[in-house]
Design a protein around this ligand. Structure first.
Ligand SMILES: Nc1ncnc2c1ncn2[C@@H]1O[C@H](COP(=O)(O)OP(=O)(O)O)[C@@H](O)[C@H]1O
Ligand code: SF4
Ligand SMILES: [Mg+2]
Length: 356
C-alpha cells in the first residue's frame, strides 16, 4: 500500500537581520524526511522550539512569509504545491490545533465547526453532521451554543478534535494535543487518536511529551537540533538495546526517572559542520566532527549516525544519562527500567491486540 504522506528532505530557515543590516540565516529544520501510511500514527517528538509546528504548517501550506523552504511534501503520491495544499487543507488533511485560541472567541462553537456554506441546504447538512460528530465525542447539544471561553479544557479539546474530523479527512495532524490537560483528558485524547487509526486514518502526532508518544504512536521520529535522528517502532522504545542512536538510547535509559521529559536547551542552535550530537556523543569518532551523517534505513528503522552499531559501555551510558539528560535527578540512583510498567503494558497490550 502506498504512503499517505511523505515528507522528503525538508529544510526550513528564516532570514534574520542582526543590528539592522547584517543578514543571518536561522536554520530550524534540516533535511527532514518521514512518511505516514494509512492506519498509522507517527509521533514527532522534539523539545519546544525545535520546529515541530513549522513541520505541520509546511504540510498545510500556512508557513510565515519569511520562511525559506526546500524539499517536498507528497500526499497520496502527489507532490503538494501551495495551490494543492490550499485545496485539500481542511478536507483531506486537517489540523487539530494545540490550543482553544485557534477558535474564534466571538463565535459559538457549532457555528465555527460548520464553517462557511454556499447555501441553506449545505448548512443544514453540515449542521446534522456536526451534531453527529460532536455527539460521538460526548458533546451534548448544550455545547453547540457555547462560546470558546465557556468550555472546560477537556471540552475544548473535544471541540477541536470534532471540528477537525467534520470533513472526514484521511490525515490528521495533531499539534501538541495534550499539554495543560488533566490526566483523565490526556488518556481520553490518546484513546480518541488511537480510534482514528482504527478508522483507517493516518495521524501525525506532534508532541514534546515522551509518554504520550509512547502510548499513542506506532512509530516515533526523534527530533534533535532540527534533524530527525531516528525513526523507530514504538515497541523498540521499551528497551534501549533495540534503539540505534546514542541520544535516543540515553533518552530512553533516563525514563521514567526524568518524569518523561525531554531535556531542553542542550541542543546546538547554530549550524555545526559535523554531526549535531558530536559535542555530547559518547561514541563519536573523528569523522563525526566535520561530516554530517545522512538519514539511512536500517532494519526497518531510519537512523542518522555513522557509528550506530557501536556498543556503548554501561559506564558511558550512565555518564551521558546523568550529566546531560537527567542531571536534576541523578541523586535518585541508577535507572532500573527503561519505561514505566504502565507504558510497557499499554504498548505490549496494543501489540497483542494487533495480532488478534
Ligand atoms: N516567523 C518566524 N520568523 C523567525 N523565526 C521563526 C518564525 N517562526 C518560527 N521561528 C523559529 O522556529 C523555531 C521553531 O518554531 P516551532 O515550529 O513553533 O517550534 P515547536 O513547535 O517545536 O515548539 C522557533 O523557536 C523560532 O526560532
Ligand atoms: S554520527 Fe558520530 S557524533 Fe553523531 S551520533 Fe553518531 S557516533 Fe555520535
Ligand atoms: Mg509548536
Amino acid at each position: 500500500m502506498g504512503k499517505l504522506l511523505e515528507v522528503n528532505n525538508l529544510s526550513i530557515s528564516f532570514t534574520q537581520y542582526v543590528q539592522g543590516l547584517n543578514r543571518h540565516d536561522l536554520k530550524v529544520i534540516s533535511d527532514l524526511s518521514l512518511d505516514i501510511g494509512e492506519s498509522e500514527i507517527v509521533a514527532v517528538l522534539g523539545s519546544s522550539g525545535s520546529g515541530k509546528s513549522l513541520l505541520a504548517h509546511t504540510i498545510l501550506g500556512i508557513l510565515p512569509y519569511n520562511a525559506h523552504v526546500t524539499g517536498d511534501v507528497k500526499f497520496n503520491g502527489e507532490i503538494l504545491d501551495q495551490e494543492k495544499k490550499e485545496k485539500i487543507r481542511g478536507k483531506e488533511i486537517c489540523l487539530i490545533p494545540q490550543s482553544v485560541n485557534f477558535l474564534d472567541p466571538l463565535m459559538k462553537v457549532s457555528q465555527q465547526a460548520v464553517g462557511e456554506c454556499k447555501d441553506d441546504n449545505e448548512r443544514k447538512e453540515k449542521k446534522i453532521r456536526q451534531r453527529e460528530v460532536f455527539a460521538k465525542y460526548g458533546l451534548d447539544e448544550s455545547v453547540d451554543d457555547l462560546y470558546p471561553f465557556e468550555l472546560s479544557g477537556g471540552m475544548a479539546r473535544k471541540v477541536l478534535l470534532s471540528t477537525a474530523l467534520l470533513n472526514d479527512p484521511d490525515l490528521l495532524i495533531a499539534d501538541e494535543p495534550t499539554p495543560g490537560l488533566d490526566s483523565k483528558s490526556v488518556e481520553e485524547t490518546i484513546q480518541d487518536i488511537r480510534k482514528l487509526k482504527d478508522q483507517g486514518k493516518g495521524v501525525l502526532l506532534i508532541t514534546h511529551e515522551i509518554d504520550v508518544a509512547l502510548k499513542t504512536a506506532d512509530r516515533i521520529a526523534i527530533f534533535y537540533s532540527g534533524y530527525v535522528i531516528e525513526i523507530n517502532k514504538v515497541e523498540n522504545f521499551l528497551n534501549s538495546d533495540n534503539l540505534l542512536h546514542p541520544y535516543t538510547k540515553a533518552l530512553v535509559d533516563a525514563l521514567p526517572h526524568n518524569g518523561f521529559k525531554l531535556t531542553e536547551g542542550v541542543q546546538p542552535l547554530e549550524e555545526v559542520s559535523g554531526c549535531p550530537y558530536y559535542e555530547n556523543c559518547p561514541i563519536s569518532s573523528d569523522k563525526c566532527a566535520n561530516n554530517k551523517p545522512e538519514l539511512i534505513e536500517h532494519d526497518g528503522a531510519m537512523i542518522r549516525c555513522f557509528n550506530f552499531n557501536k556498543a556503548v559501555s554501561e559506564e558511558v551510558v550512565d555518564e551521558v544519562v546523568s550529566e546531560e539528560v537527567v542531571d536534576e535527578v541523578v541523586s535518585e540512583g541508577p535507572v532500573e527500567e527503561s519505561v514505566s510498567e504502565e507504558i510497557a503494558e499499554e504498548v505490549n497490550g496494543e501489540e497483542a491486540n494487533d495480532g488478534a
